[in-house]
Design a protein around this ligand. Structure first.
Ligand code: GDP
Ligand code: MG
Length: 370
């Protein structure tokens, strides 16, 4: 089997053909589902999607998907992952700060927090909500372009005294394109000229029909400044999360996504990983993007060292070979030899994908147009 069509590969992986095409595009290859990819690329895709590769012989690669799909019985509820979007100055950062301030535990500890790109807030009911703290749709779309759909719910902040603005509409469109439910937070209710009614009415023009207008989009009036309406917002997020029935298997080798990564002067390469399934533990060996590593230590959003991180939990991970990119997938593997192999392999295929001059490469498409 020297080549396989993207469609056939998708079928064998039990993934959507369009998702594979997207992933290939990300690697610099513009192919359709009917076109073929070579074995190296197929193997890379399989790894990228977190499936196991069974090397039957040197020249033959078979994809093992057994054991990769989680059984329904193994799935447990997981916290929702929430992104805040909206027009500049409508209060995204203020709302993130205010919501963080509602955290019972952080409040008690004197609010010692650490910026790691995401944080968790405990609700009064004892459930957790994970917020990505890079507001704005640039981060959201950048992650999505890399095939990382980590957001379960989007909060769109609209200042009640300013109304629907261009970036509000952009945020609505991005959210709709992603197929993610939105909650409208009508902020600055304390400000002069605040007009929530007008916001709701104007949202209709963009096919966003809030509950009060007999639609199904939840909305809530808040003031990040005066800290009003925050409990209600948390309740609405919880309600929306319940409708989504978000679940993951915590009892397996971890998989996750890089939220942000940097080279820290004292600590070396560090990456904030949002675990999507399984539980990440200290000592785990992993591949992340084209890097590999072993979890030397993990720090949570409260600055505490932790030994484990389950689904929807963001943690800063130390012990990487280099700095991965935001949106890169992390996969825990059985041993270091395997980690190096996969990481080198990914780096190699990415390198070749970039330099190969085939009629289907993205560079060629662009140079042909020039
Ligand atoms: P961002 O650009 O969306 O992140 O907006 P910021 O959070 O930086 O807020 C922009 C400005 O609006 C700041 O001066 C905030 O103090 C102010 N602001 C944010 N929330 C509120 C609010 O609920 N009421 C009032 N009156 N001002 C607010
Ligand atoms: Mg801001």
């Amino acid at each position: 089997p020297e080549a396989i069509t993207v469609g056939e590969l998708a079928k064998r992986m039990d993934e959507k053909g369009a998702d594979l095409v997207k992933s290939l595009f990300k690697m610099g290859m513009a192919v359709t589902v009917n076109q073929t990819v070579d074995q190296d690329t197929a193997e890379l895709l399989v790894t990228e999607f977190g499936h196991n590769i069974q090397r039957v012989s040197e020249s033959d690669v078979e994809i093992g998907i057994e054991g990769d799909e989680d059984k329904d019985a193994d799935l447990k509820p997981r916290p929702p992952v929430v992104t805040i979007m909206g027009h500049v100055d409508h209060g995204k950062t203020s709302l993130l700060d205010a919501l963080r301030g509602t955290d019972v535990v952080a409040g008690e500890a004197g609010g010692i927090t650490q910026h790691i790109g995401a944080y968790q807030v405990k609700t009064k009911e004892g459930t957790e909500i994970t917020f990505l703290d890079t507001p704005g749709h640039e981060a959201f779309t950048a992650m999505r372009a890399r095939g990382a759909n980590v957001t379960d719910i989007v909060i769109i902040v609209v200042a009640a005294n300013d109304g629907i603005m261009p970036q509000t509409i952009e945020a609505i469109n991005h959210t709709k394109a992603a197929g993610v439910p939105m909650i409208i937070a009508i902020n600055k209710m304390d400000a002069e000229g605040a007009d929530a009614k007008n916001v709701r009415a104007r949202l209709l023009e963009h096919e966003v029909v809030v509950e009060e207008m007999s639609g199904d989009v939840q909305d809530v009036e808040v003031s990040a400044l005066k800290r009003t309406g925050l409990d209600e917002l948390m309740e609405k997020i919880t309600l929306q999360a319940e409708l989504l029935e978000l679940k993951a298997n915590p009892d397996r080798a971890a998989e996750g996504t890089v939220i942000e990564a940097k080279l820290d002067k004292g600590r070396g390469p560090v990456a904030t990983i949002l675990v999507s399934r399984g539980t990440l533990k200290t000592g785990d060996i992993f591949v992340v993007g084209a890097e590999s590593g072993k979890v030397r230590a993990m720090v949570n959003d409260k600055g505490e060292q932790v030994k484990e991180a389950g689904p929807s939990v963001p943690v800063e991970v130390l012990g990487l070979s280099g700095v991965p990119g935001a949106g890169d997938p992390l996969t825990v593997v059985p041993d270091e030899a395997r980690a190096r192999e996969v990481a080198e392999y990914r780096a190699d295929v990415l390198q070749r994908a970039r330099t190969t001059q085939t009629p289907t490469s993205v560079e060629n498409m662009f140079s042909a147009m020039a």
